[in-house]
Write a protein that binds this ligand. Structure first.
Ligand code: AHG
Ligand code: MN
Ligand code: MN
Length: 324
């Protein structure tokens, strides 16, 4: 039985980074506890506010954001944080070396129906120059620069899935002692799959390349892809990525022209990049359809990105459709 701190020490993770990861985990345990209590804790429902992306904030979006923000901005090794639920990045009270971005509650439409949600986080090192902690540009580094990335999936069990660049480990929250215990290491995504996840209701808004790929999937063994596909859609990226890490699959949230000014629905810095690091660390692939997500240069903390990730050979097929 290995605890998270033992695994991080064995992986040679610097003590300062471990202390940052620990604070993320403390907040996530609190979120897990509140989710378990559900309606009894008075945490369900919507607020009257919208976030900077024009989405209605759920009570739990705000509660989870505050838990993560409050603990991290007082961590002496954190320089600043960026969150889906914060318009601007927030400087730490005593700026340190690391930058943390997070999606405090992913899949929020699932909260009120008691289905899986998660927290996603990504950690970067602050550039070694004299830019201030409240300067958003310190965050604008591509995903390859991440020193740690992970998510906590609040499902039947609470699971922490994390990478510090040395493969992917899975920890299960032992609620009897309040600790994450290592339950799987060296996670590998099967290279091939016949299971896709996409919100089909947006089909008419997709680009022709994506339409063609899904049309071909739907033709099954009679079509050009020569196999019968299954489909899943949980509406929580954390849950979809977790399924893919466990049994393979391909997840897509492509560009669509519902609002041509947006490059996609999902956000690069706290959804696309951390999930791409996990997927690549587990032997899978992650692309916009035209380039690796982790090579995309961010222009702003809330940038959006088209996402195609999962089993390596299937992602390569989608990339080939886009190259035609
Ligand atoms: P969030 O709840 O953080 O805004 O993210 C929701 C995301 C993602 O988790 C999921 O894959 C997708 O939005 C669901 O979108 P649809 O509403 O189109 O199903
Ligand atoms: Mn999200
Ligand atoms: Mn969210």
């Amino acid at each position: 039985m290995k605890r998270l701190d033992q695994v991080l020490a064995a992986d040679g993770v610097p003590a300062e980074l471990e202390l940052v990861i620990n604070d993320v985990i403390v907040a996530c345990k609190d979120i897990a506890f509140k989710l378990r209590q559900g309606e009894l804790a008075g945490i369900l429902g919507a607020t009257e506010d919208e976030n900077v992306q024009g989405e209605t904030q759920k009570m739990l979006d705000v509660i989870s954001n505050d838990l993560l923000k409050d603990i991290l901005i007082d961590n002496p090794y954190v320089k600043a944080i960026g969150s889906e639920e914060e318009d601007y990045t927030v400087a730490s009270t005593t700026p340190g070396k690391y930058l943390v971005t997070f999606d405090p509650l992913d899949g929020s439409s699932n909260i009120d129906v008691n289905l899986s949600v998660g927290t996603i986080f990504s950690i970067l090192e602050a550039p070694e120059d004299d830019r201030a902690a409240d300067d958003q540009s310190i965050f604008l580094q591509n995903g390859r620069k991440q020193v740690a990335a992970g998510y906590v999936l609040y499902g039947p069990s609470a699971l922490l899935v994390m990478s510090t660049g040395n493969g992917v480990n899975i920890f299960t929250l032992d609620t009897t002692v309040g600790e994450f215990i290592l339950t799987k290491s060296g996670v590998q995504i099967p290279e091939d799959t016949a299971e896709f996840a996409i919100n089909m209701s947006n089909q008419r808004f997709w680009e022709p390349e994506m339409k063609q790929y899904i049309d071909d999937c739907l033709q099954g063994e009679e079509g050009p892809l020569g196999k019968r596909y299954n489909m899943r859609w949980v509406a929580s990226m954390v849950a979809e990525v977790h399924r893919i890490l466990m049994r393979g699959g391909i997840f897509m949230y492509p560009y669509d022209n519902r609002d041509p000014s947006k490059a996609g629905k999902l956000r690069l810095m706290y959804e696309g990049n951390p999930m791409s690091m996990l997927v690549e660390q587990a032997g899978g692939a992650s692309s916009t359809g035209r380039m690796d997500i982790m090579d995309v240069a961010p222009q702003g903390i809330h940038d959006r990105v088209p996402v195609v990730l999962g089993s390596k050979n299937e992602v390569a097929k989608v990339v080939a459709y886009h190259a035609k």
